[in-house]
Design a protein around this ligand. Structure first.
Ligand code: LCS
Length: 403
């Protein structure tokens, strides 16, 4: 494989993880096999002992998966990456690998619902305690750290309130306490944010979203910065078994090639849509890092190469207004997930974050009226026209708009 070190990000997207293949194939073959033949018994024994590098069994290592992992590691400026069966498999592998009984975790309060539930309802069974705070407030993070805090887990921008955490500053706090700093980078992708370069120890993703980008794969990835962390998490992933499969790896690797141009269009469209919503008389508030009204707008300018494709907003009339909007859109589709080429709209309180208690949702700022929009790469005018006709159906007096 030629070195990608001096390539610009757009070129890396196209070439990362690509090697030389049989018959001159320009894309990695799909090695859809569970197991690999040994040359003889001694060869098999050497592979198992680690005395020789090679392929044994797809849960441990597979060339198609490895090509995709190398590509994501390259894009994130990481050492190596571990392909997982889903974003939740990536998250649970990191928790299982790095936490032990008696450890404490400080976590963003507005994380993807199942991440909070995993810590609160499952890892407590193994003696791991967690506290959920608005990590966009450094004082609150500092106050939450205890002597046994082993991990600070940040989602930035956070799902679904789109708050932005200062990753460099929180990484410093984590390391001063000898804790690991883990960032869920799903909402930004490496095209816009590289947490490892900001001081994080791990950057992970649901690749179901922007990395694959086509709403046809469920997958996750963990990117690490050194061999020690890689080896520990590889053992954890191999034992717990939540590895990605070769075909999904192939699809994600294909999706990565257009990551840069997709993200550019997501950002361009989302800014236009957010500006439109902000000026709409039937919209109470809009949260989008590209708007000057976003509380961490300035931080976003430093931390992100662009504001991303995710918007949250509330329609006048709260959940009623939101319901009418979601039921009236035609181009935007009423579905969970995000980060694909198609615009998707959903209601976190009754959908993605419904497993959280109402108190946890309220503490995280996830109001019952919050509607989340994943802006796709269609023409922005078509998305805005669709929202316009949907919002026109909301019959709420204009006077009730709160500024
Ligand atoms: N992290 C974030 C920030 C997510 O948004 C999701 C899924 C995950 C991790 C988990 O990834 P998965 O296991 O689904 O690949 N978010 C979803 C959402 O907002 N709607 O549907 C899924």
């Amino acid at each position: 494989m030629s070195s990608n070190k001096n390539l610009q990000f757009e070129s890396k997207c196209v070439h990362a993880g690509i090697g030389e293949y049989e018959f001159g194939s320009v894309v990695p073959p799909i090695y859809q096999t569970s197991t690999f033949k040994f040359e003889n018994a001694a060869h098999g024994a050497k592979l198992f002992k680690g005395e020789e590098d090679g392929f044994i069994y797809t849960r441990l290592k597979n060339p198609t998966i490895e090509a995709m992992e190398n590509a994501v590691a390259d894009l994130e400026d990481g050492y190596k990456a571990l392909g997982c069966a889903s974003g939740m498999a990536a998250i649970s592998t990191v928790f299982a690998g790095l936490l032990k009984q008696g450890d404490h975790v400080v976590c963003t309060n507005s994380v993807y619902g199942p991440t909070l539930i995993l810590l609160k309802n499952f890892f407590t069974k193994f003696g791991v305690e967690s506290v959920f705070v608005d990590t966009d407030n450094l004082e609150h993070v500092e106050a939450a750290i205890k002597p046994n805090t082993k991990m600070i887990y940040v989602e930035s921008p956070a799902n679904p309130v789109i708050s932005v955490t200062d990753i460099a500053a929180v990484s410093k706090l984590a390391h001063a306490n000898k804790a690991f700093m883990v960032v869920d980078n799903t909402f930004m992708s490496p095209a816009l944010q590289k947490p490892l370069n900001l001081g994080a120890d791990i950057s992970l993703h649901s690749m179901t979203k922007f990395l694959n980008g086509h709403a046809d794969v469920v997958a996750g990835i963990i990117v690490v910065k050194d061999e020690e962390m890689y080896s520990l998490l590889r053992k954890t992933l191999s034992m717990f078994g939540g590895v990605i499969d070769p075909f999904n790896s192939f699809l994600v690797h294909r999706g990565l090639k257009t990551l840069s141009i997709r993200i550019e269009k997501h950002c361009e469209n989302a800014l236009l849509v957010a500006q439109y919503l902000e000026n709409h008389p039937k919209v109470q508030w809009v949260k989008y890092p590209g708007l000057k009204s976003h509380p961490q707008y300035e931080l976003g300018l430093r931390q992100h190469a662009g504001p991303g494709g995710m918007i949250s907003f509330e329609v006048t009339g709260g959940i009623k207004g939101g319901e009418i909007t979601m039921n009236s859109v035609k181009l935007c589709q009423l579905a969970v997930s995000l980060g694909g080429v198609e615009s998707l709209i959903q209601h976190p309180a009754s959908m993605t974050h419904s497993g959280m208690s109402k108190e946890d949702r309220e503490a995280a700022g996830i109001t019952d009226g919050l509607v989340r929009l994943s802006v796709g790469i269609e023409n922005a005018k078509d998305i805005i026209d669709d929202l316009e006709q949907a919002l026109a159906k909301v019959e709420v007096p204009i006077e009730s708009k709160v500024n």
